[in-house]
Design a protein around this ligand. Structure first.
Ligand code: HEM
Length: 469
């Protein structure tokens, strides 16, 4: 028998070593796969997704992959992974959100990809910081009208109060004056359908529409509403300055690009984006302010020093007035820090190295603003409501604090963020100018169920309001 030559042994040895090194290089992050085919870790994850992420970080380290409902989600929680999420050219926003958008608003992939960047740039310009001054007046007017409906005093559930004010204000400002119903039955119908649509939004990407009957009914209700009203919305012109509303500009682009049949779907998507986060953020901000007596007192004094003490007068709010009330903006941002969205997401296009792991293409890369905002290196005493920490942010230059990601980040950061902040600021000013307010219940905990968007309250909280004398 002929012996294998030493050269062959060396070559085989090198090959084996190379293979080993390659395998080592391609080692994926710790993998939580669960034991049920396709569902994976879906049940444990779905019970309380935010808690699941934090427990997994403690157990598996700063990067780990979770397999849920046929999807691989790789979470990055520390510096290196976060930098890749924010800066790598191999991760993509559009391909990460395209499927959820198809599932929730029936906008097909090719339509979404053809229109996305054009629509994004336009929305960012139309309601961005430069044009915001045009919206201060209409938002104040609309809010003032809605506050009139509250009367001189009352007790309400805080979330209902905020919805009652901000649904019509947002819809009438961004879509068309008078688009929000005024008839009581139709208002109730709008609220019920929005709540159902919002609640199912996050589940629809994993559950077929036929199993979400309520959600599907509400989606169809909104699509029909837009179908019917789009011809009127298109021809509407503001009596004051003949300007276009946000949705009109969106519809113009969709039509110009030849995708007119999808106009109602974009109407629905914009409606959801403009209402779903603003309402809970306003709820929590008012809740935090009213449960911190010294912050509440200072804000009321500040408002009186800018607008006078009489809560009955109709007032105008200008950009300059808002600049004189920084504490209110800090309270909103501090609230956003504490109740930030559970996740933002990008799709991995080519395998990427993070720490000693390789994240394969096709994975969804996930970053949790909620947990990032609880990193004590970025935000000392992270669980404490401390509006004064925002004094250090250069808000004049439109910069938030480092590590603040409630509006996402990078090229496709939320284009509605300046409008959202403006609307919430004016809402809080007008409420606290007109009424003496107090909470009748302790502020509820946040629900553990939400990952998408800002955190929702778990229970109810009543507010008592009396017109100031
Ligand atoms: C406090 C309220 C709001 C919060 C916390 C919020 C948060 C976010 C976040 C986290 C994203 C994803 C960004 C990313 O992945 O990097 C986003 C996207 C978006 N937001 Fe907001 N948002 C708010 C209010 C609004 C409002 C009032 C509008 C009004 C039109 C709006 C319109 C949008 C749109 C259109 C997108 C998608 C952008 C794209 O497709 O590229 N948002 N928002």
């Amino acid at each position: 028998m002929e012996l294998i030559s030493p050269t062959v042994i060396i070559i085989l040895g090198i090959l084996a070593l190379l293979l080993f090194l390659q395998r080592k290089n391609l080692r994926g992050p710790p993998f939580i796969r669960g034991w049920i085919p396709w569902i994976g870790a879906g049940f444990e994850f779905g019970k309380a997704p935010l808690e699941f992420i934090e427990k997994a970080r403690i157990k598996y380290g700063p990067i780990f992959t979770v397999f849920v409902m046929g999807t691989r989600m790789t979470f990055v929680t520390e510096e290196e992974g976060i930098n890749v999420f924010l800066k790598s050219k191999e991760v993509n926003f559009e391909l990460a959100v395209q499927n959820p958008i198809y599932c929730t608003a029936s906008i097909p992939k090719n339509t979404f990809l053809a229109l996305h960047e054009k629509l994004y740039v336009m929305i960012k310009g139309k309601i961005g910081s430069v044009n915001l001054y045009q919206l201060t007046g209409p938002v104040t007017e609309e809010l003032y009208e809605q506050l009139e409906n509250l009367g001189t005093h009352g007790t309400m559930e805080l979330n209902s109060l905020v919805r009652q004010l901000l649904f019509p204000v947002t819809v009438n400002t961004l879509f068309q004056k008078g688009f929000f119903p005024t008839n009581e039955r139709k208002i109730r119908e709008f609220h019920q359908h929005f709540q159902a649509y919002d609640e199912g939004f996050e589940h629809r990407s994993h559950i077929p529409e036929c199993l979400l009957r309520h959600w599907s009914k509400s989606k169809k209700w909104f699509l029909a509403l837009f179908e019917k009203n789009i011809p009127y919305i298109k021809t509407y012109r503001s009596a004051k300055d003949n300007s276009n509303t946000l949705i009109q500009t969106v519809l113009d682009i969709i039509e110009m690009e030849g995708y007119e049949e999808r106009s109602p779907n974009y109407g629905l998507l914009l409606l959801w984006a403009s209402l779903s986060n603003v309402v809970p953020v306003t709820f929590w901000t008012l809740g935090f302010v009213l449960s911190h007596p010294s912050v509440h007192r200072t804000i009321v004094e500040d408002i009186s020093s800018v607008f006078g003490t009489a809560g009955k007068d109709k007032m105008k709010v200008s950009e300059d007035d808002l600049k004189k009330l920084p504490l209110i903006k800090w309270c909103i941002l501090e609230t956003l820090r504490l109740r930030a969205p559970g996740i933002i997401t990008r799709k991995v296009m080519k395998p990427i190295k993070i720490l000693n792991y390789t994240v394969p293409s096709g994975d969804l890369l996930m970053l949790s603003p909620f947990w990032l905002h609880r990193n004590p290196k970025l935000f000392p005493e992270p669980e404490v409501f401390k509006p004064e920490r925002w004094e250090k942010a250069n808000l004049e230059k439109h910069a938030f604090l480092d590590g603040f990601m409630a509006f996402g980040s990078g090229k496709f950061q939320c284009p509605g963020r300046w409008f959202a902040l403006l609307e919430i600021q004016i809402c809080i000013i007008l409420i606290l100018y007109k009424y003496d307010c107090s909470l009748l219940d302790p502020l509820p905990k946040q629900s553990p169920l939400h990952l998408l968007g800002v955190q929702q309250p778990e229970g109810q909280c009543r507010i008592e309001f009396k017109q100031r004398k």
